[in-house]
Design a protein around this ligand. Structure first.
Ligand code: C5P
Length: 239
């Protein structure tokens, strides 16, 4: 049974579970935000799409042997996860230059990177999620270098699996953001969500943008695009 509301973020609510100390319920909301909450809109059906897309992606990764917090979906907008202490880092992996990387480094959007780049940002709305080097990450996220190395290696492994998965549904994985959490036993697992809110996905043939950039830059209808992604994932992954 759903317990009390523990936390409400921009896109999700987190509830406790009565009688289950180590499990939580994530409820996905119909909200889309961009530019650290400065742009905001409600899209009917978005919560369902993010919940189900993320459930498919986590199921795929679980089968590939990646430790994750995901247990199962409970309804169209809810999923059951293992409770973890979120490490306050946004771990971004990039295969192709886009977004903040083009602005910061002057690379042209679409430049294929010779090898994937892993970046850390500090999860802080107040500070606008600043870019961190390893020393900053150790200082602010209270992780040691061996944890950071494990997180980087895991992010790169996840990237390899996701590139294969998205290419099976005719999408190029440009970049994405991951979050990791610590379970009660101290082990680090993949947490949060993976969806078109947290990835850049371009059509393999046309480079059409199939992710939250359609909302950020007012390109196309977000719900229609996310529906296409869910349908394609349902054809290749069983939850
Ligand atoms: O904005 P930037 O280019 O740094 O984003 C890199 C990737 O991380 C994009 O796929 C974006 O959707 C994702 N991201 C995210 N949440 C953030 C910042 C970035 O999911 N707070």
């Amino acid at each position: 049974m759903k317990g009390s509301l523990l936390y409400e973020g921009k896109a999700k609510k987190v509830y406790s579970l009565v009688g289950e100390e180590y499990e939580l319920i994530l409820e996905y909301k119909d909200e889309a935000t961009a530019f650290n909450g400065k742009k905001h809109q409600t899209f009917r059906g978005k919560g369902r799409l993010n919940n189900l897309i993320s459930a498919h992606v986590f199921s795929y990764l679980k089968l590939a042997g990646i430790p994750t917090h995901f247990i199962q979906t409970l309804s169209d907008t809810e999923q059951l996860v293992k409770q973890s202490q979120i490490i306050p880092l946004e771990v971004v992996v990039r295969n192709v230059a886009a977004g903040s990387m083009t602005r910061r480094l002057g690379l042209e959007e679409g430049t294929v990177l010779p090898q994937p780049v892993v970046e850390f940002y500090y999860k802080s709305d107040e500070l606008d999620d600043p870019f961190l080097n390893d020393e900053h990450a150790r200082l602010l996220a209270k992780v040691d270098q061996s944890d950071l190395e494990k997180i980087k290696a895991s992010a790169l492994k996840i990237n390899r699996h996701l590139q294969v998965m998205f290419s099976e549904i005719e999408l190029r994985l440009i970049d994405f953001k991951l979050e990791f959490g610590r379970l009660y036993d101290g082990s680090i697992v993949l947490s949060d969500e993976i969806s078109p809110d947290t990835c850049r996905l371009w059509d393999q043939d046309t480079n059409r943008k199939m992710d939250k950039d359609v909302f950020r830059n007012d390109i196309e209808d977000l719900v229609e695009i996310y529906e296409i992604i869910l349908k394609r994932l349902e054809a290749i992954v069983h939850v």
